[in-house]
Design a protein around this ligand. Structure first.
Ligand SMILES: [Zn+2]
Ligand SMILES: [Zn+2]
Length: 374
C-alpha cells in the first residue's frame, strides 16, 4: 500500500469530530443541563432509523437484493442513509459489492482486513487508496432505482436536512434544540458509525467460521448485539443473498426481524433464503475439513483409514439429507394441494418420520466422530 496518498481531512472531521464531541461536550452538557426523556426517545428512534437503514436498506436491499420492498420503505431507508452519513446508496453498495467480490485482497477489497484492524475499521476512508475509489460500474442496476438515483444526486443537501434541519426541528418541539443536536445528532452518529464499521473490522477478526474459511469473515453473537444482527458475518459471506444474517430463530438479528415483519404486513416480498440443507451441508463440510486437517497434523496412526471413515460418514449424511429434502418437499406439496389421496399423504408423512429418525441418528454419529478430533 502506498502511504503518500493524500489525507482526506473532510472524512476525518466527519468520523473523528463526533467522537471528540461525544467524549467532551456531551458529558458536560448532560451534567449542566440534563437531557429530557423526549430527547432520549429521539436518540433511540434515530439510532434504529440510522442503523436499520444501513443494514436492511443499503446492505440487504440495495447491495444484495435479498428482498423487495414498497417504495415508501425504500424512501425511509434512503433518508435514514443520509442521516447515517456513510455515503450515498450507490457509493456504499459499490464498495460493498467490491468487498464481496475480492474479500481480503488488499489491492481490490476496499476495507480488507489484510490492511490491519484500524485500516478495515476506518483507515481505508482516510486516504485516497486506489482500492477504496468507487467504480460505479458494479451498481448500474441501482441507477435504475429512482429513489437510489435521487438520493445519490441530492446526497449532501439530504445529509444536512436530516442531521441538522430535522433534528433541530424535533428538538424545538421537545424544548431542547441543542440537547437534541448533541444526543440524537452527534452521539447517535458516533455510535452508529462504529456499529457499521465493526462489521468490516471486528467481524473479519474475532469469532468462528462454521460455514466457510474461504475468507476472513467470522460469526460472533457478541458483535451481532452491536451491529443490528450483522455479526453473523461468516454466514453472510457464505450465503450473501440470504436476507438473514442470523439464520436460527434465536440468533439476535433485528434486521431480519424488521424485513420479516414488513413481509408479514405485505410491504416486503421475495425474501431470499438458503435452504436448511445447504446450511447443514456447508457446516458438515467445514467439520470434515477441520477433522481431516487435525488427523493429518496430529500424525495419528492409520491416517488414511480415519480420513476415509470420516469422508464415508459425511457422504452418507449428505445422501440422507438430500433424501429427507426430496421427501419433505413432496409431502409439503401433497399437503398444500389436495389432489393427493389421504392415504398418499399419510404415506409421505410416515416416510418423512422414518428418514428424520435416520437423520437424527446419523447426525449423532457425525458429532461423535468429529468431536474425537476436536
Ligand atoms: Zn465482510
Ligand atoms: Zn454483504
Amino acid at each position: 500500500m502506498q502511504q503518500s496518498l493524500s489525507f482526506r481531512w473532510e472524512v476525518a472531521v466527519v468520523l473523528i469530530g463526533p467522537i471528540i464531541v461525544s467524549l467532551t461536550v456531551i458529558p458536560l452538557y448532560i451534567l449542566i443541563s440534563g437531557i429530557s426523556p423526549w430527547v432520549w426517545l429521539m436518540f433511540f428512534v434515530f439510532m434504529m432509523w440510522n442503523g436499520l437503514s444501513i443494514t436492511a436498506g443499503y446492505h440487504c436491499l440495495w447491495s444484495h437484493k435479498s428482498y423487495q420492498v414498497h417504495p415508501i420503505i425504500r424512501s425511509i431507508f434512503a433518508l435514514g442513509g443520509a442521516l447515517a452519513i456513510q455515503n450515498s446508496i450507490l457509493q456504499w453498495c459499490s464498495n460493498h459489492r467490491q468487498h464481496h467480490r475480492d474479500t481480503d485482497d488488499i489491492d481490490a477489497d476496499p476495507y480488507s482486513i489484510r490492511g490491519g484492524f484500524f485500516y478495515a475499521h476506518v483507515g481505508w476512508m482516510l486516504r485516497d487508496y486506489p482500492s477504496s475509489r468507487t467504480d460505479y460500474a458494479n451498481v448500474r442496476d441501482l441507477r435504475e432505482d429512482p429513489i437510489a438515483a435521487w438520493q445519490h444526486r441530492w446526497y449532501w443537501p439530504l445529509v444536512l436536512t436530516m442531521n441538522l434541519g430535522l433534528i433541530a426541528a424535533l428538538g424545538w418541539l421537545a424544548g431542547d434544540i441543542l440537547g437534541a443536536l448533541l444526543i440524537a445528532g452527534v452521539l447517535r452518529l458516533a455510535l452508529c458509525h462504529h456499529c457499521t464499521f465493526f462489521i468490516n473490522s471486528l467481524a473479519h477478526y474475532w469469532g468462528q467460521q462454521p460455514y466457510s474459511d474461504a475468507n476472513s469473515s467470522r460469526d460472533n453473537p457478541i458483535i451481532a448485539l452491536l451491529t443490528y444482527g450483522e455479526g453473523y458475518h461468516n454466514f453472510h459471506h457464505t450465503f450473501q443473498w440470504d436476507y438473514r444474517n442470523g439464520h436460527c430463530w434465536y440468533h439476535f438479528d433485528p434486521t431480519k426481524w424488521l424485513i420479516r415483519g414488513l413481509s408479514v404486513i405485505g410491504l416486503a416480498g421475495s425474501l431470499k433464503q438458503v435452504s436448511p440443507v445447504q446450511v447443514e451441508s456447508a457446516t458438515a463440510a467445514m467439520q470434515l475439513k477441520r477433522a481431516t486437517d487435525r488427523i493429518r497434523h496430529g500424525q495419528l496412526m492409520n491416517t488414511a483409514e480415519r480420513i476415509n471413515l470420516l469422508k464415508a460418514e459425511n457422504d452418507s449424511l449428505m445422501t440422507t439429507l438430500d433424501e429427507w429434502s426430496a421427501i419433505r418437499s413432496e409431502w409439503l406439496s401433497a399437503r398444500a394441494d389436495n389432489l393427493h389421496q389421504r392415504w398418499e399423504r399419510t404415506q409421505f408423512r410416515n416416510q418423512l418420520r422414518e428418514i428424520e429418525n435416520q437423520l437424527r441418528e446419523q447426525r449423532r454419529q457425525w458429532r461423535i466422530l468429529t468431536a474425537q478430533f476436536a
